[in-house]
Design a protein around this ligand. Structure first.
Ligand SMILES: *[C@@H]1O[C@H](CO)[C@@H](O)[C@H](O)[C@H]1NC(C)=O
Ligand SMILES: *[C@@H]1O[C@H](CO)[C@@H](O)[C@H](O)[C@H]1NC(C)=O
Ligand SMILES: *[C@@H]1O[C@H](CO)[C@@H](O)[C@H](O)[C@H]1NC(C)=O
Ligand SMILES: *[C@@H]1O[C@H](CO)[C@@H](O)[C@H](O)[C@H]1NC(C)=O
Ligand SMILES: *[C@@H]1O[C@H](CO)[C@@H](O)[C@H](O)[C@H]1NC(C)=O
Length: 951
């Protein structure tokens, strides 16, 4: 049969095909119809086309004609969720969040959705008990039922959901005890994979069971605030070393705080306030990662100011109102480098208030009302409250610090400003975006439930959040800009910020876009800068959907076809052919990668040897890249190097890319170029910039890479990018880059030597994950057993291994040398050769191992934040100096480097493997097995490491 025939037939008979072959299983169609009957405000596509999967109903995602995702957040759905949901038996994700019109109980039939991995119903008005059948959801990873009206007790069967990662039941009306296993019943203590217990703002009662905690648990957030829990804090808590955020405040807990609490050295936020805790004030010595501590309003014994007041170097906020403290406040407290707020009201602190001579510019508030302070050294410039102290009885009564009271309730305001443009006057309900375009934004609130900071005036944080959000949604082509406003802090210390997200392109969002945005914020696919964790998002309704007009492809021809159907068996055969063809067509349409088959474009007839062996890499034509980069316009020019220029481009899929376009002089031979892309296409690691495609067309050679949002490490070190790199972040960057290089050296086959490691070749993504880039000069080792390559020396001055320079023998150890130089840059933020001085020599000469910080204070970058925040620095210096040893054999291998940097991270109070909520690393999904990849609209999202075990 002629190739063309099926095309012709297809055009004619499509309508019949669709009617005769409803793709979606009858079971699912019935289930969805039933849901639709019980809800108002379902998307217009529901029901106006016959087939949910085939016609792409909004909010439905399918695989093999089965509905696997149902995602309808912020749609103003009203009604109840009926047991007919069980018809959708292949469902993996159910997200109905932010629909306050959804009421009534969660049906027990939910338990029959055996494949469900995400159940997300936050911000609705579901009520009644949580059905115990929920325990049969063996695949469940995310259970978010927060902010509803669920009542009754927490079903113990939840303990059987062994894969559960996030349990969020906060802000409901749940009562009774926290269930633990025993007497044949399961309990929450069995959830050893779970990282988040969010049970705050309920009416839970009884003690916190001792059995709940054990060293098997991998919890990072235990947030139980604002319940009616009583009894004492179990000492078993002290063995859960992964913990980072503990909130037990606003309960009725009594008894002594367990003495092993300070075993929890990763805890950053600790809230025990407003309980009835007694005994000695807690000993927090050694909790060197603590940022925010609130122990206020408890019944501790009268005790002297504890020694840890002067030693917790990460401390931003110390709240110990009404805790029976006595004695003098050590002036060392005020010298803590990160301290922002001290509230010690209503204690028995006496003597002289001595601020000391340290830098207190970051310290916003010292509140010492109602104490016994009789003198003050007068050295503090911020807000000081001393009312109701002896110092204010005497002649000092007229001093300003004796007159003002409790100013801490004044919340500074923050509003996103326009990006160098004049806000447009907009009609009716439209809002002018930060880019001054009138549009209908999607609105909601970001809620930060355990802030790690208290300097609310400091707008750099909100700016960083704004940039992070913008980059995230821009990179997914979901938004044009975002705006933050209405900062508030409530009595539980939750911070709230209103968020407006402005549409990209048009003036309004489609349903798919709102679903996607709400879902990424709601399920934490989006992660804010680390100091904003933990958070959740509460979306509003969107009222201005752009309902894309439905295609009219299934319209008129039915009659003709039905008539034709009389034609009998010939037709059957034709239909079979059409079906085969249709399936083929569908497969073809699947990915741009397939359409852009490199095997086709690589013109073999020019005698360049075989077709490149490429995995998942796209071959672009010159014309395409011209279009995607806006004609290689200057505005898209993001950098250059010896080889040529780099342009930013946007693929039709919305993905941002960096296009590296070789100069005429650096064009390599066809064979060499082919070898290079073959090599690059095999390299996949989250710490390496990955190759998206290439262009070998019209005498041009271009490599197309993923776009990495935050630019080069050098830009950040030089202060150009505006990103603050403290010690922790520098360690994470060093580790990431080291892991990337170790992969090139030790896991690639054949191994790859980078040959040009430098701070401009280490890029940072929007979570500050380091990505090694530019393998343009890479050479793979040949596999004939030679362990070095003799080639013309290439590389960058300042990073060049002297051994390689002299002998021209290239080994992996030359990369190690250059990496050592990068480590010195991380320490000093200086260029390798600055004013004729070589950094390696400079550090070697200044170094004195007998002195504190090896006597390198003068050379270190002040932005690191000196103090305890730099624990492990000496070891880091040692490691860098080992890398730059003249003798190649004395330099470590990259995998040894990775191990040592991990050890240093432990010293600094960081866990390199549990990439936690308060870390800034991201995790690129490579496997599609994870439940998070089932989001109907986000195939290529960046997934938070904190949601997935990344080993
Ligand atoms: C296909 O679905 C449509 C609408 O949902 C329905 O009217 C039709 O009867 C179905 N056809 C078959 C063959 O199931
Ligand atoms: C939500 O839906 C209800 C009922 O359909 C309607 O009365 C209400 O106006 C809608 N609200 C918004 C904000 O669209
Ligand atoms: C401290 O934590 C470790 C690690 O879980 C545990 O083995 C040890 O028993 C804990 N120490 C105390 C005193 O609880
Ligand atoms: C506090 O804890 C530290 C570290 O565990 C310990 O060395 C110290 O003795 C404790 N202090 C008191 C007063 O118990
Ligand atoms: C402060 O209080 C402590 C303990 O109550 C006491 O020993 C000390 O003498 C007092 N100091 C002054 C200067 O009053």
């Amino acid at each position: 049969m002629d190739q063309r025939t099926p095309v012709f037939l297809l055009l004619t008979f499509v309508p019949f095909l669709v009617l005769a072959n409803n793709q979606t299983s009858v079971e699912d169609v019935t289930g969805l119809r039933s849901l639709k009957d019980q809800w108002t405000n379902t998307p217009p596509s529901w029901g106006s086309t016959p087939d949910p999967c085939e016609d792409g109903w909004d909010g439905i995602g399918c695989t093999n004609a089965r509905v696997i995702t149902l995602t309808l957040p912020s749609m103003n759905l009203t009604g109840t969720l009926s047991g007919d949901i069980q018809q959708l038996s292949e469902l993996q994700k159910l997200d109905l969040s932010y629909n306050k019109g959804l009421t009534g109980p969660l049906p027990q039939e939910i338990g029959s959705l055996k494949n469900l991995s995400q159940l997300i119903l936050m911000g609705c008005k579901f009520s009644g008990p949580i059905p115990p059948t929920i325990g049969s959801l063996q695949e469940l990873v995310v259970l978010s039922l927060n902010s509803n009206r669920f009542s009754g007790t927490i079903p113990s069967s939840i303990g059987k959901i062994s894969k559960l990662y996030l349990l969020d039941l906060a802000e409901n009306k749940l009562e009774g005890p926290i269930p633990v296993s025993g007497g044949g019943e399961p309990g929450l203590d069995m959830l050893s994979q779970c990282k988040h217990f969010h049970l705050g703002m309920n009416k839970l009662s009884g003690p916190i069971p001792s059995k709940l905690f054990s060293s098997n648990m991998s919890l990072i957030h235990v947030v139980f605030e604002s319940n009616n829990l009583n009894g004492s804090i179990p000492s078993s808590l002290g063995v859960v070393q992964s913990l980072e955020v503990v909130r037990f405040d606003n309960n009725m807990l009594s008894g002594h705080v367990p003495v092993n609490l300070n075993n929890l050295t990763s805890v950053s936020q600790l809230f025990l306030s407003n309980n009835k805790l007694s005994g000695p004030a807690p000993n927090l010595t050694g909790m060197n990662f603590l940022h925010y501590v609130d122990l206020s309003n408890n019944s501790f014994d009268v005790s002297d100011v504890p020694p840890w007041f002067s030693t917790l170097e990460s401390l931003t906020t110390l709240m110990m109102e009404n805790t029976q403290l006595r004695g003098e406040i050590p002036s060392a407290l005020f010298s803590l480098p990160n301290l922002q707020t001290v509230v010690l009201r209503n204690n028995k602190l006496n003597g002289t208030l001595d601020i000391g001579t340290g830098d207190t510019s970051q310290l916003d508030l010292i509140d010492l009302e109602q104490n016994l302070i009789s003198a003050y050294d007068g050295r503090y410039n911020g807000t000081l409250l001393l009312m109701k102290n002896p110092i204010c009885n005497k002649s000092g009564a007229s001093r300003i610090y004796c007159k003002i009271s409790k100013s801490s309730d004044v919340i500074p305001s923050y509003n996103t400003t326009s990006n160098n443009c004049v806000p447009s006057p907009c009609t009716s309900n439209q809002v002018s975006s930060p880019n001054c375009k009138c549009a209908y934004p999607y609105e909601g609130t970001l809620i930060f439930t355990a802030p790690s900071f208290s300097d609310l005036k400091n707008s750099t944080r909100y700016k960083e959040l704004e940039k992070n959000l913008t980059d995230f949604f821009l990179s997914k082509q979901l938004a044009d800009s975002v705006s933050l406003s209405n900062l508030t802090k409530d009595s539980l210390s939750y911070l709230r910020l209103s968020l407006e997200i402005f549409p990209h392109g048009q003036d309004r969002f489609t349903r798919k876009e709102v679903s996607s945005i709400a879902s990424q914020l709601g399920t934490h696919i989006y992660q804010p800068p680390e100091y904003f964790e933990p958070f959740y998002f509460m979306g509003g309704y969107y009222q201005h959907f752009a309902d894309v007009p439905l295609e009219s492809k299934k319209s008129s021809n039915v009659g003709i076809i039905v008539g034709a159907a009389a034609g009998g068996s010939v037709l059957v055969l034709i239909f079979l052919l059409i079906k085969v063809y249709a399936i083929r067509q569908k497969r073809r349409a699947k990915g741009a990668a397939d359409q852009n088959n490199p095997f086709v474009k690589w013109d073999v007839d020019k005698g360049s040897g075989s077709i490149p062996q490429l995995k998942g890499v796209i071959s672009f034509s010159f014309k395409e890249l011209l279009k995607y980069s806006n004609n290689f316009s200057e505005g898209n020019d993001v950098g250059s190097g010896g080889y040529g220029k780099v342009y930013r481009g946007t693929l039709p899929t919305g993905q941002l890319v960096a296009i590296k376009r070789a100069h005429k002089e650096s064009i390599q031979g066809r064979h060499q170029f082919k070898t290079e892309i073959e090599l690059l296409s095999r390299v996949h690691h989250k710490n390496l910039v990955s190759l998206v495609g290439f262009c070998f067309d019209r005498g041009e050679e271009m490599l197309v890479y993923e776009y990495v949002a935050n630019g080069t490490l050098k830009d950040s070190l030089s202060g150009q990018s505006g990103i603050r790199l403290d010690w922790k972040r520098r360690l994470k960057i060093a580790l990431g880059a080291a892991r990337g290089l170790a992969y090139l050296h030790e896991l690639c086959d054949p191994p790859i030597i980078h040959r040009d490691i430098k701070s401009t070749n280490i890029l940072l993504d929007n979570r500050l994950t380091a990505k090694v880039s530019d393998f343009g000069l890479s050479k793979s080792m040949d596999d004939n057993g030679r362990d070095h390559l003799s080639t013309q020396v290439k590389g960058t001055m300042g990073y060049l291994d002297p051994e390689y320079y002299m002998t021209q023998r290239l080994t992996e150890k030359s990369d190690v040398y250059a990496f050592g130089v990068v480590m010195l840059e991380l320490l000093t933020a200086r260029r390798p050769i600055e004013q004729g001085k070589y950094i390696v020599r400079g550090v070697r000469m200044a170094m004195d191992k007998t002195k504190d910080l090896y006597n390198l204070q003068q050379l270190l970058d002040p932005a690191i934040g000196l103090g305890m925040a730099v624990r492990g620095l000496e070891r880091f210096v040692d490691l860098a100096m080992m890398c730059v040893e003249e003798e190649v054999a004395n330099r470590p291998t990259m995998s040894e480097m990775v191990k040592e940097i991990e050890t240093i991270m432990h010293l600094a109070g960081l866990n390199p493997n549990v990439e936690s909520a308060s870390s800034s690393a991201s995790y690129e999904m490579s496997s599609s097995k994870d439940p998070y990849t089932n989001d109907a609209f986000d195939y290529s999202g960046v997934f938070p490491a904190s949601k997935i075990d990344s080993q």
